[in-house]
Design a binder for this molecule. Structure first.
Ligand code: CA
Ligand code: CA
Ligand code: CA
Length: 254
């Protein structure tokens, strides 16, 4: 009995220690400095596919197969507001709520929610003002990702939250340290297997609605800090950067 107690304490201590360590996002992963105009949300992709039981399989499917539909995600809070989940008999339109009108092709909106895969891509604008902790290095921002079933958050290509698997609605919270202010790539996956489904992406950045977000965060990540996927992937950004450099060199030679 005593041995069990000691072991439990060690396991608990280990978990608390792990969650207290920031995930560091280097500035080298950023697209560059912040845009001057506010963002309008992320790009959403949808596949009528599943079930998935881990994030790597879901991400691999999304990477290898064209989406069945696309939409604009102004707030990653589906279903909208304080309700965490909808029954799978509801339609994709019901679930997307305020963003349903952007679904292309629109006919896909009548699909039921059972066995669905979603991906949300673009960029997030990080300002010095978002720093939660002046005593810790970098710009410290807390993110929470809640889902039924699985979900995952990558920033700058780095795994920040793995809330994967087949499970009821629950949040995982993780603090991040951004090396500097700038525009950082966002990639979020979510999938529904059976029963009920929902996703919410919360943070310590003010301005978004409080849809019942967890401690350490203040609301859903606000639309104004999110930029859609016209922002190039890091690989193509390099290509564009290279092209611009070539142009500059040619101009200089003239
Ligand atoms: Ca909600
Ligand atoms: Ca700090
Ligand atoms: Ca479910």
């Amino acid at each position: 009995m005593r041995r069990f107690t000691v072991l439990s304490l060690v396991v608990l201590g280990g978990l608390q220690g792990a969650s207290a360590i920031d995930v560091v996002i280097p500035y080298s992963t950023a697209y560059g400095t912040n845009p001057s105009s506010p963002g309008t949300g992320l790009c959403g992709d949808y596949w009528n596919m599943g079930p998935f039981y881990d994030n790597s399989t879901a991400w691999a499917h999304a990477g290898a197969n064209p989406a069945d539909a696309t939409f604009k995600s102004t707030l990653l809070d589906y279903p909208n507001g304080g309700i965490d989940t909808l029954f799978d008999g509801n339609s994709l339109n019901d679930w997307l709520g305020i963003d349903a009108g952007t679904l292309m092709p629109a006919a896909v909106g009548s699909n039921a929610l059972e066995t669905s895969l979603w991906r949300f891509r673009g960029a997030i604008s990080i300002l010095d003002a978002y720093d939660q902790d002046s005593g810790a290095p970098g710009i410290n921002v807390t993110f929470g990702l809640g889902s039924d079933d699985g979900s995952g958050l990558r920033i700058g290509g780095i795994d920040v939250i793995d809330n994967g698997g087949d499970h009821g609605f629950g949040y995982i919270v993780q603090r991040v340290s951004f090396e500097a202010a700038g525009l950082y790539p966002i990639d979020i996956i979510a999938y529904e297997n059976f029963g009920i489904t929902g996703i919410e992406w919360a943070s310590s950045i003010p301005g978004g609605p409080d849809s019942g977000v967890p401690s350490g965060t203040v609301g859903v990540v606000p639309t104004s800090v999110l930029y859609d996927c016209v922002v190039p992937e890091p690989g193509s950004l390099l290509a564009i950067g290279f092209g611009v450099t070539l142009l500059a060199l040619r101009r200089r030679r003239r």
